[in-house]
Design a protein around this ligand. Structure first.
Ligand code: SF4
Ligand code: MG
Length: 339
């Protein structure tokens, strides 16, 4: 099948503990609350949304680094949530993660060689020391780091180079899927493009499949084939990348897009800036009905507050909004929001 990853009705709820012994559960943070998505082999799925929307938790749950509360995650046709831990460890080699801040995800006391050796040893890859050294040397070449990097420590590198070490650590195991959580948001803007281009190049050469998580819409635009937008633990829209940016259908996506500056400073920006009322509600207590209704400029009484919209297909997109067509046609106009 050309689907590598399939997520079905995934939920990750964290108990909120109170009491002297923190043994009383008073509620749940619904970090991920019923997400369906699939990722095709060799493609990039970009996942965007404000911080706290559950996108990082979804990425971790996909790799079973955070156990899902309910739902299914299958990788290459194997249902991960039902695997025994030994089998899961074998599968994990094929699914690796790149983190936002390489400084905090790399052990400062380990030099690059031992950082890269560790995973190979854990998974019994490469045979003896020479075999491992060969794989490590090839991996350094792939990410554009010089050989002398092997004896150096993370703090001796620039931010961009450190992220290359993080990428090398993921790549050395020969994965098929890489989940990259905010891979460039800790880097200078001038370095971001280099790292994004490297990820793109590695995908072309190695046939990798990516889930790229970012709060910055511009970062995922050019590398993603498909983009999913999350709000309060749910996917509100999913579309082919070009389509999402040129024709956003969900009010939340429209608002996000209206805040992205136009790339060409000579082109006049005629778009109407969509302002959202209020703050992001707590994921422990998401609004009933459409969970965006408390901030949506198009919200209609009383359906939006009563009925949770399901993700449904409109053209090439999937959208969770009762009124997407009427909003697209202009039949429904946004309410004015005072800033
Ligand atoms: Fe807005 Fe209603 Fe659509 Fe939700 S269902 S996004 S509240 S118009
Ligand atoms: Mg995050």
């Amino acid at each position: 099948s050309d689907i590598l990853v399939e997520v079905r009705d995934l939920k990750v709820h964290f108990p909120i503990k109170r009491g002297v012994l923190f043994d009383r559960t008073v509620g749940h943070v619904k970090a991920v609350d019923g997400v369906d998505l699939s990722i095709r082999r060799g493609q990039t799925y970009g996942l965007v949304g404000e911080s706290g929307c559950g996108k990082s938790t979804l990425g971790r749950a996909l790799l079973q680094l955070t156990p899902p509360t309910a739902g299914e995650v299958s990788f290459d046709g194997v249902e991960l949530t039902k695997l025994a831990s030994g089998k899961l460890r074998t599968m994990r080699r094929r699914m690796q993660m790149i983190f936002q801040d390489p400084m905090s995800s790399l052990d400062p006391r380990q030099n690059v060689e031992s950082i890269l050796t560790e995973g190979l040893q854990t998974h019994g890859i490469g045979g003896d020391r020479d075999g491992r050294r060969k794989i490590i040397a090839e991996t350094l070449d792939k990410v554009g780091l010089p050989r002398w990097a092997l004896s150096r420590y993370p703090h001796e590198f620039s931010g961009g180079q450190r992220q290359r070490i993080g990428i090398a650590r993921a790549l050395v195991l020969g994965p098929e899927l890489i989940v990259a959580d905010e891979p460039v948001s800790a880097l200078d803007v001038s370095i971001q493009a280099q790292v994004v281009n490297l990820l793109d190049e590695l995908q072309d050469n190695l046939g990798l499949t990516y889930l790229v998580i970012a709060h910055d819409l511009a970062v995922v635009r050019h590398i993603s084939d498909t983009v999913g937008v999350m709000y309060l633990g749910a996917l509100v829209e999913e579309a082919p990348s070009d389509r999402l940016y040129t024709e956003p259908l969900h009010p939340y996506t429209r608002a996000l897009m209206s805040a992205v500056p136009v790339p060409d400073p000579d082109v006049e920006d005629r778009r109407e800036r969509i302002l959202l009322a209020g703050d992001l509600p707590s994921p422990a207590n998401p609004p009933a009905g459409c969970r965006f209704h408390t901030r949506c400029p198009w919200a209609q009484p009383t359906r939006c507050a009563d009925e949770r919209p399901v993700l449904r297909e409109i053209g090439a997109s999937r959208v969770a909004c009762h009124w997407a067509e009427q909003i697209a046609s202009g039949e429904l106009r946004p309410h004015k929001v005072s800033a």
